[in-house]
Design a protein around this ligand. Structure first.
Ligand code: FES
Length: 107
C-alpha cells in the first residue's frame, strides 16, 4: 500500500486501487468533491509535491486542460489510483470554503 502524505496533515496508507480522494477523506481530511467524482468540478484537485503519480487518463487530462493553470502539478484526486508514495497538497477543504464536500465518489 502506498504511503500518502498530505501537506500539513500527516500520512496514511492507501489501499492499492483506491481512489486518492476517498483515501484522503477516509483519513479525516475534508477534501471537496462536489461533482461526486465525475471529473467535472475540479474541486478535488491536489498538487503533487513529491512522488511518482500514475499517468493521467483521458478524462482527467481533458478536464484539466480546460483550466488556465493546468500546466502545474494539479491532478484530480477523484481520477487517481496511486500505486507509489506521494506527497500532495489538498487545495479545497470543506471547512475553509464553508460548503459541504459533495456526494462521495464511487470507488
Ligand atoms: S472533479 Fe469533481 S470530484 Fe473530482
Amino acid at each position: 500500500m502506498p504511503k500518502i502524505t498530505v501537506e500539513g496533515e500527516g500520512s496514511f496508507e492507501l489501499p492499492v486501487g483506491k481512489k486518492l480522494v476517498l483515501g484522503v477523506e477516509d483519513a479525516g481530511i475534508d477534501i471537496l468533491h462536489r461533482c461526486g467524482g465525475q471529473a467535472k468540478c475540479t474541486t478535488c484537485r491536489v498538487v503533487v509535491l513529491e512522488g511518482d503519480p500514475p499517468p493521467m487518463g483521458e478524462v482527467e487530462h481533458a478536464r484539466l486542460s480546460e483550466e488556465e493553470d493546468w500546466e502545474g502539478n494539479y491532478r484530480l484526486s477523484c481520477q487517481m489510483r496511486p500505486s507509489n508514495p506521494l506527497t500532495v497538497r489538498v487545495i479545497n477543504r470543506s471547512h475553509l470554503k464553508g460548503i459541504e464536500p459533495g456526494p462521495r465518489p464511487e470507488d
